[in-house]
Design a binder for this molecule. Sequence first.
Ligand SMILES: [Fe+2]
Length: 295
Amino acid sequence: MPEKNPDSAKQPRVSRRKLIKWGLAGLASASLVEGFLLEPHRVRLHSTRIPIDGLGAAFAGYKVAVISDFHIPHFVSEGYIRGAIGLALAEKPDIILLPGDFCNSHGAFGMKADLPVPDLAPYLSSLAATDGVYGVLGNHDYWLDAKGVMDSLTGTPVKVLRNENLILRRGSDSLAIVGTPDLWEDDIDLAAAFDGIPADTPRIMMQHNPDLCEEFPEGHRVDLQVSGHTHGGQVRIPFGPALLLPTKYGNKYREGLVDGPRHRVYVTRGVGMSSTLPVRFCCPPEVTLLELIQA
Ligand SMILES: [Fe+2]
């Protein structure tokens, strides 16, 4: 019978430890590649149906495309943005809403400020929808230069709604689109924003920051708020919460359709990234298609 090598009992333990180390190193490397190089560019269309109280039959099936948080020009190429817009255009939306952060306020990794406003036309010129393309500015647009961003948007199909609305009419049915400026960086004037909308007209309100939903006063009907701002958290624990969110309400307004105290809000993950954290993990970019249906 062969003699047992006295060292042989130790060898598997060392090998197992090495295997675990290599496994963890491989997992970390794969996560970094996924988070910094792959997932940020893997934009997909997310479609959902939203019941709206009092929606007229003429607006049943109305398609609202939502694209948010471009954060141009950092870490997003013209081709990437045009591709994201193409996902929306393929659905033939009735209207396109852009709830802010067209630009990014700082350079890579948040290190550089006082940047010039980029020319937005090469990125956004393909936007088109039957009833038009409307937006509101986000906090990054104000931090960069709100007037400069507005000037740059004049070269695109985007019309900014700042404390104003438009009423869409189809026969005797109507739907209002309301634009409110950023909760953190501008003055919201709800009287002006909702001025002239008949009480029985359903309304969708664009606001960059979902927190407005929580702080919205009584007196103005909102059937749906459309927001971005959170980016879904950008980095998430697999099947778990986001690590960091720019909201006072934790993960409540992280993404998707949320019931607020007075009205519902749809929070889109958006297509870009904040330059202070140019990574997405378990939180891919999203172009959203909301199909309105009668409640
Ligand atoms: Fe943003």
